[in-house]
Design a protein around this ligand. Structure first.
Ligand code: MG
Ligand code: MG
Ligand code: MG
Length: 304
């Protein structure tokens, strides 16, 4: 049995990637099951319910298990015992992380907008047909990761994959489906500041510093107007809880195409990284949509 899962605090790419890669592996005769390292977020729940899928099973221990990793290769985003697992493969679209293996592995890491774009190409490579419902959720994952093609991480491979998947899914107006998804994602009513900050949160080790970065992609930033103080208080708590040096929250407006950046700790590093001056620990940066491409590389060099 092989377990297939994505990063901690799973997003739709991690959840759908586990399901789509597990389906492919099972078709190839490798008995596999999709799993996850954390709760399903509202966007992923919407996608799974809309197309009739069960959530991957929750599992956090993988000692001596066969595993495939999807959408990450960083130890900070892996289960604690990952180095005791037998890593059969990594399918990812982020910077190469610090996970190493003792055996040869199947490795598909490419600079595209979504892991599911790579998994679509694996289906093509292995000559396996994608069922209609699976094509639908893979398409949603790509629309989510690329912010409906607006993110600078989006490549021709991603738009091509969505067009091909939309034919299989028989969904012509995939942009409308994308907007429906982001409207669900923008619903912050009833969510606590902690839930909001941790909804899409990633930890990184940058030259020995522990850095946590959350991101909320919404259709209207005014949603957060009355919440700023509470968000800052909770960022400070989350920073202190796990001995982090800095916590950042990106409030990304997908219509205005930019992000309000909130910072707790190491302000001077952030100012140096982006050549900006923070105003009360926050600033709007036009055009910033991608944590992976427009935030992390600059922070990493500033911490060096
Ligand atoms: Mg992800
Ligand atoms: Mg991804
Ligand atoms: Mg994302």
């Amino acid at each position: 049995m092989t377990y297939i899962f994505g990063h901690t605090t799973p997003d739709s790419d991690s959840i759908v990637g586990a399901i789509s890669l597990a389906y492919l592996q099972n078709q190839l005769g490798n008995e596999s099951v999709a799993s996850r390292q954390g709760d399903i977020n509202p966007e992923s729940r919407f996608i799974l319910e809309k197309f009739g899928f069960e959530a991957p099973i929750l599992k956090n221990e993988y000692s001596n298990e066969n595993v495939y990793l999807v959408d990450f290769s960083d130890l900070a985003q892996a289960p604690k015992d990952i180095l005791e697992a037998n890593i059969l493969g990594i399918i990812d679209h982020h910077k190469l992380g610090d996970i190493t293996t003792s055996s040869p592995l199947e490795c598909w890491i490419r600079p595209v907008g979504c892991s599911n774009t790579i998994i679509k190409e694996m289906f093509d490579y292995y000559g396996i047909e994608i069922p209609q419902d699976l094509a639908s959720i893979m398409m949603c994952a790509i629309l989510s990761d690329t912010v409906i093609f607006k993110s600078p991480t989006c490549t021709k491979a991603d738009t091509k994959a969505v067009k091909e998947l939309s034919k299989i899914a028989k969904i012509e107006d995939y942009k409308a489906l994308g907007m429906e998804m982001f409207t669900v994602k923008s619903d912050v009513k009833g969510a606590t500041p902690r839930e909001l900050i941790l909804r899409d949160f990633k930890d990184f080790n940058m030259s020995g510093k522990n850095v946590g970065i959350g991101q909320l992609e919404v259709v209207d930033l005014s949603l957060f107007d009355n919440m700023k103080d509470e968000l800052f208080d909770m960022m400070k708590t989350i920073k202190e809880e796990n001995n982090r040096d800095m916590v950042m929250l990106l409030l990304t407006d997908i219509i205005q195409e930019g992000s309000q950046i909130l910072v707790s700790g190491d302000n001077e590093v952030v100012e140096r990284a982006f050549d900006i001056k923070l105003d009360n620990n926050e600033i709007w940066i036009d055009g910033v949509m991608s944590r992976k491409k427009q935030i992390i590389p600059f922070l990493e060099s500033a911490y060096k």
